[in-house]
Design a protein around this ligand. Structure first.
Ligand SMILES: Cc1cc2nc3c(=O)[nH]c(=O)nc-3n(C[C@H](O)[C@H](O)[C@H](O)COP(=O)(O)O)c2cc1C
Length: 322
């Protein structure tokens, strides 16, 4: 069950750098990308958008409502090596609504089913749907079940449910994650009504204890804000859910520092800082001081001058060198 423990898609948060950190903390968690619209993917620099590193068990979330475009985008996602492609039917933001995507799709169950069919026909990885339990006044169980049933009848068996409704007018996306009350009962009921489908529960889960209790009832749990504000929670959850040996904060810090240096050298976020030469990302190439900065392949004389100025490493020589 690869979705037993999941980190939720979060725009502006779960980019590839965040997922790299989460992967270091938890090798078995399913990680979801931020949502990207089909238009941005198909007409933009898709290789850049889909780039991901050391990111096994990861899913890419698409925003869209055109079956043909979703199929095309899903194919790109599969080719980029993701294990799952996810359709967003839960985002309530005004901009997303204007594009006719996200949570407003809950009013169009037939269209969502068609989108699912087109995506599922195009790829061999699982296609999943992340949704709310309702929108506006369509918030009773019958509406929720009718929405799920259309996609279920089209073959979808994997859903992630943010267990609160979305109010499309008058609440900001942030308020829509806090004000409508959580209702796990809808998710309990739909899991009973469709026992061969998998409903991953999401919304308001913050502790390892909660995860433990919910995993008795549901095949999987998804957490968003809690691991983002306290990433080390993932280590505790990984240990509890998968029985994996905990990784230390120091080890993660070392590896992530190396990753940052590597990314900076690749020009991802401006110029690499002088200290970056000391922290190659891969453990195999990791060297502990003392060593001379000239011994580093990437270190140019200017870098050394800068090192001397910034960190005073003039005297850190490799054994035997002068
Ligand atoms: C900053 C932020 C951005 C989000 N972006 C997305 C998104 O791109 N796609 C999506 O399906 N949900 C998005 N969500 C909703 C989360 O996936 C999740 O459903 C919600 O935060 C509830 O889970 P939590 O209580 O564990 O945080 C976002 C949430 C936050 C806080």
């Amino acid at each position: 069950m690869i979705r037993k423990l999941c980190v939720a898609p979060m725009m502006g948060c779960t980019d590839r750098h965040c997922r790299f950190l989460f992967r270091l903390l938890s090798p078995n968690t399913m990680l979801y990308s931020e949502m990207l619209t089909t238009g941005a993917l198909i007409h933009g620099d898709y290789q850049k958008f889909l780039e991901h590193a050391e990111d096994a068990a990861s899913a890419f979330q698409l925003g869209g409502s055109d079956p043909h475009q979703l199929a095309q985008a899903a194919k790109l996602v599969e080719n980029a090596g993701y294990q799952e492609v996810n359709l967003n039917c839960g985002c309530p933001s005004d901009r997303v609504q204007q594009g006719g995507i996200g949570a407003c799709l809950m009013a169009e169950p037939r269209l969502v089913a068609q989108c699912y069919e087109a995506m599922a026909d195009a790829v061999s990885i699982p296609v999943t749907i992340k949704t709310r339990i309702g929108i506006d006044h369509h918030d009773d169980y019958a509406h929720f079940k009718a929405f799920i049933s259309e996609s279920y009848d089209s073959g979808c068996r994997n859903f992630q449910i943010h267990a609160r409704k979305a109010i499309l007018q008058g609440l900001s996306p942030k308020e829509n994650r806090e004000i409508p009350p959580l209702n796990y009962d809808f998710v309990r009921q739909i899991q009973k009504d469709c026992p061969d489908a998998e409903f991953v529960i999401n919304g308001g889960i913050t502790t390892a204890r909660q995860v433990q209790d919910l995993l008795v009832e549901f095949p999987g749990v998804m957490l968003g804000r809690a691991p983002y504000s306290n990433p080390y929670l993932l280590v505790e959850l990984e240990q509890q859910v998968f029985g994996t040996t905990a990784v230390t904060r120091a080890a993660v810090f070392r590896q992530y520092r190396g990753y940052m240096a590597e990314q900076m050298y690749a020009g991802v976020h401006g110029e690499a800082p002088p200290w970056a030469i000391y922290w190659p990302a891969r453990r195999s190439s990791f060297q502990t001081p003392p060593f001379h900065p000239h011994a580093q392949r990437r270190c140019r004389p200017v870098g050394c001058r800068r090192c001397r100025k910034v960190c005073g490493h003039r005297n850190l020589l490799t054994p035997g060198s002068k």
